[in-house]
Design a protein around this ligand. Sequence first.
Ligand code: AQP
Length: 341
Amino acid sequence: MQTILTGVRANEEPTIGNFLGAYKSMVNLAHEHAADSNINMFVPDLHSFTTPIDHSKLYAQVIKGIKYYIAAGLDIDNPNIHIYRQSHVPAHSELAWILDCFTPFGEASRMTQFKEKSEEHSNAVTVGLFNYPILMAADILLYDAKYVPLGEDQFQHLELARNIGIRMNNKFNEELFTIPAPEEEQVKFMHLEKGLRIRSLVDPTKKMSKSSDNAKSKISLNDNPAEAAKKIMSATTDSEGIIRFDMINQPGISNLLTIEALLNDRDIQDVIADWAGQTSYGDLKKKVAQTVESFLTEFQEKVAAVTDEQIEAVLQKGEEYANRVANAKLAQIQRAVGVRK
Ligand code: AQP
């Protein structure tokens, strides 16, 4: 059975960017493929403190992340859907060490996210921040995942995971790892034309990021729905005066059209056609504000309905599966590198 896998770090409250780039892609793929694929949705909680966080809130944030996966629509009764915490499957960290030793320093140094984040957090650049794409490679390769629904920003890390997997397969002359599909095939698998990048509402040339200090730049999943609608009303646009999808010259308007389409499960081309030639940015903002407000209202109701018993049951089942699969793969790699008979 092929494996489809993704995760969202539990460092801060997720945004609609995370929701659309990761949760929703995964839920859509689960609807399509869960009958004959493993759907692995995990919380990469060990990735959560590559940059400084409030550790007293981490555990609650992880549990909330699991609630979000369920509220987003993953069918927890389906035996092929697995939800687990990275920290509760020690093989992730063990494989990461082995992969570290097969990753040239120069290759890891090219990761643009490390460069960006180390500038952002210049007083707290840790080895963990540098190393996290290799732990991410372990997260993926341990389960032989072929498809990894991600937002556009993460494709460089996926490419690194592919390179590490290919290198180890070549070195040990074995099909040790399934190599994840390349970006183009991943995007097609998600039924997209290109990787998704929801933009900041304040500076639409940048992506919407959950760790941004500017609350107006992002719609967080726990935002008050009416307040979130106000953020859309004050989103940065442009002075072109016509509604067009043009990410280069009109990134703010294009971002609003994208949010409108994806939150309503509509084809972006249909939404673009609806608004073609119209000139009132205010009307577009009102429509998107309503969409965001109803999305958050409904989503938050679904989150509130998830019970502690459901979480406990889902983690017990998911972590039992994850440890079984991951330990078997780890043992295979340990034999290949010569530390196990
Ligand atoms: N703006 C976005 N548009 C589309 N997809 C996005 N993702 C993140 N932002 C957008 C996707 O969400 C998944 C989980 O992300 P992550 O938290 O593991 O790491 P990230 O990419 O670093 O996400 P953020 O929101 O930018 O977090 P912070 O601010 O904490 O670094 C990934 O699939 C990602 O592509």
